[in-house]
Design a protein around this ligand. Structure first.
Ligand code: SF4
Ligand code: SF4
Ligand code: SF4
Length: 288
């Protein structure tokens, strides 16, 4: 009898351990990036930066597993405010797309280029658009607005993102070709003006289209990187067809209009998925 109880206890412990493996893996991955960059760049900042982000994301996943309903918002605020206030306003690092072009044209692998490589270009091959769901400081504010689920069908104006993408590229190319002085100061001003413009456009669009994420769907230039890379994402929400009863609840609660019941990579709006897990939380049959 005692033996059976002992075995049951061991099985329960293994199950508990397995349940908490994802936050542990995330923490280890971020810690590995932190240590590699700290050592290769000989800069202690990278150890602090990636350890902090890794801890924040792991905490969010841990809280999600514990079914805490504000888990995602906590990560968004922890990472988003850190990047906007500490890195952007206090350290004066332009982590927007203009900052990426700036460091790229300067030929240095620092700040915004590292950030883009990890969060927006190569990272999405593993964690898709997790950046958009858990860390972006623009969406951190937009997600507080009232239209958490779009009240109107999507518009066919996604081409605007290519215009904003090319505009940012041309703007930075012009500054470089003109060999403008005081680039650091210009980059800081561009960061402030860019953020004010993003928030103003994001809030206006959210109310105009009754959709908090309208800015993400139609305007954000970063999606030019995020969408194609996240197409190949390792982490995806999948549907267990044997359990699904086609009730449509997952599609109704999705902020990005993704048809998550289709398991193919070509699913409708597949590259829009921000891994917010609203569909998973709301599926009555635990099919996702
Ligand atoms: S689409 Fe752009 S604005 Fe929206 S969450 Fe992603 S990076 Fe942020
Ligand atoms: S909510 Fe669940 S059961 Fe309903 S359609 Fe979606 S996956 Fe299927
Ligand atoms: S609700 Fe599901 S399909 Fe829609 S964005 Fe969130 S995780 Fe992706």
């Amino acid at each position: 009898m005692g033996q059976v109880k002992k075995q049951e206890l061991t099985e329960a412990n293994v199950k508990q351990f397995k349940k908490y493996t994802p936050p542990l893996i995330i923490l280890i991955v971020f810690e590995a990036v932190a240590v590699i960059l700290w050592q290769t760049k000989d800069n202690l900042f990278y150890l602090f930066n990636f350890s902090y982000i890794g801890l924040s994301v792991s905490l969010g996943i841990f809280l999600f597993i514990r079914e805490y309903k504000h888990a995602r918002r906590i990560v968004q605020l922890l990472v988003g405010l850190y990047m906007l206030v500490y890195l952007g306003l206090i350290c004066r690092e332009n982590m927007q797309i203009e900052g990426f072009w700036y460091y790229l044209f300067s030929g240095v692998f620092e700040a915004a280029t590292i950030h883009y490589a990890v969060a927006k270009i190569f990272g999405p091959l593993v964690f898709g658009r997790g950046w958009c769901g858990y860390a972006c400081w623009t969406a951190m504010v937009l997600d507080f607005l009232p239209y958490k689920v779009p009240e109107q069908p999507g518009k066919k104006i996604g081409w605007i993102r290519y215009v904003t993408f090319v505009a940012s590229l041309l703007f930075m190319s012009a500054l470089f070709l003109a060999k403008v002085a005081n680039m650091e100061r210009i980059m800081f001003r561009a960061f402030i003006i860019g953020n004010v413009a993003y928030y103003a456009a994001g809030i206006a669009l959210a109310f105009a289209f009754k959709d908090n994420r309208a800015f993400c769907k139609y305007i954000c230039p970063v999606t030019v990187f995020l969408k194609p890379m996240s197409y190949f994402s390792l982490i995806r929400v999948k549907c267990d067809k044997d359990r699904c009863v086609n009730c449509g609840k997952c599609r109704r609660v999705c902020p990005m209009d993704v048809d998550v019941t289709d398991n193919s990579r070509n699913r409708k709006n597949g590259t829009e998925c921000i891994l917010c897990m609203e569909c998973v939380k709301n599926c009555p049959k635990d099919a996702l």
